[in-house]
Ligand binder design. Sequence first.
Ligand code: FAD
Ligand code: SF4
Length: 506
Amino acid sequence: MTTLIPILGDQLSHSLASLRVAPENAIILMMEVATEATYVPHHPQKIALFFSAMRHFAEELRAAGRRVDYIAIDDPENTGDFSGEVTRAAARHRATNIITVAAGEWRVQTSQQTWADATQIPVQILDDDRFLCSINQFMAWAKGRKRMIMEDFYRIMRRQTGLLMDGDQPLGGQWNYDQENRKSVPKGHKFRPPLRFAPDAITAEVIETVAARFGNHFGSLDGFGWAVTREQALAALDDFITHRLAGFGDYQDAMVTGEDVLNHSLLSPALNTGLLLPLEVCQAAEAAYHAGTAPLNAVEGFIRQILGWREYVRGLYWFAGPDYMARNHLGATRPLPALYWGAPTDMLCLSQAVDATRRNAMAHHIQRLMILGNFAMLVGTDPHEVSRWYLAAYADAIEWVEAPNVIGMSQFADGGLMATKPYAAGGAYVNRMSDHCKPCKYDVKQRTGPNACPFNSLYWDFLARHEDTLKNNQRLWRMYDGWRRFAPDEQTRIREQAATFLATLA
Ligand code: FAD
Ligand code: SF4
């Protein structure tokens, strides 16, 4: 009897369900395949992160006495896809059965379902139990619900895990402390940079391979500093909890010119590859609160991102079904503007967010939602193109977490399954949450004229364009009221301003 245990690039957890049941002589199969590296043009840092973390994980398994069969991307026999590699490995090792953990994406689960036919041996697909809410639990919660509000889900998860609970009630008396968060950053405030890791020999070799094979993809490999081992991921977690968690809530929605990270944790790549587990990250934050090193508003805000949002979007992805990615509620058809791939723009907020993405394969939440996502939606970009860009651009982008955030939250393409209203905003929002507008070429206070901030006319034009679809949304009542208060000739001027800008984008 030889059991084959294929482990995917986002399953790098020593507590993975298939490893827990693997017989001692099982062959653990790890595969770097071209289809996965190229189904969208992933940022080179993202490919390097996955390949390096996989190679380190394989080394750790070997050191623990496991038999690992590792197929590198430049192996001449590599067929380039999971089914091909699993079939080859099953024959090579005369495997009698396969045990694997369900993939995190529809696309790869479909591949897993072909393995039994391809290899002619039984395949057991185990649930991925690294999440705090199982898919079945989420389905039961979501079924028949009129509103799938994250906050309702989050409270159930707080009670279920006991995190930040005082008996049956939330610690401190409130479930959510956001009214204490989202402050403006004082001038001259210094943020402590996150812990980064210089590439070791394994990572250096991966970087060389990625540069040679995928160097033409958008994004720079310079300054690669991601955690690629569990030990490094734990050190990054400890660094965040010790030095930066306390300020997490305060500036959570802020954007500062030249500041890529602020007090964000930068832990999503480690969480999404499996190097860190969500419960241990939440528990580390909770312990900091009890030790008195971080205030409740910061700790609750941080835990809500993981226990609430992360678990919620994962449940929603599986609940919504494989056609979710094709949804286009607002009928948007514009190709993705070239500035997303680095074409120059005078809009400072956009150039900052795109440049951070190019350099780091990261941008923080508000840049992703209120700058890049907001702009794409206002100009009417095809949500499928937007989604493919996010999937390519970010080191933490895996479809189960990327698609609900992009299709649902940022583009309103699911018609309100995830967000109760479109996250649309004009320049005033950017001006309130950032220091970008002052040095920008455009004037954030103007709606029309050669120097007017494009976000302003685009925002009103978006509302006007979609009035039939959106006017009955209760949460947009005030915005439509604002639009109707403009005199008809001002409305015309605003829409002409937007049309002129859109023509230059084309
Ligand atoms: P922090 O601000 O430190 O937050 C802590 C953790 O909370 C994150 O590491 C992450 O695991 C979790 N988290 C926070 N917000 C969300 C959320 N909305 N959904 C899921 N988890 C969340 N996150 C991804 O992991 N992968 C993606 O591909 C992704 N795409 C996004 C696309 C858009 C348009 C938007 C608006 C958000 C997206 N997010 C995505 C969510 C969020 O922006 C990132 O998780 C976060 O920026 C990662 O940086 P961080 O680790 O410093 O996060
Ligand atoms: Fe962005 Fe407009 Fe502000 Fe310039 S003025 S940074 S384009 S919001």
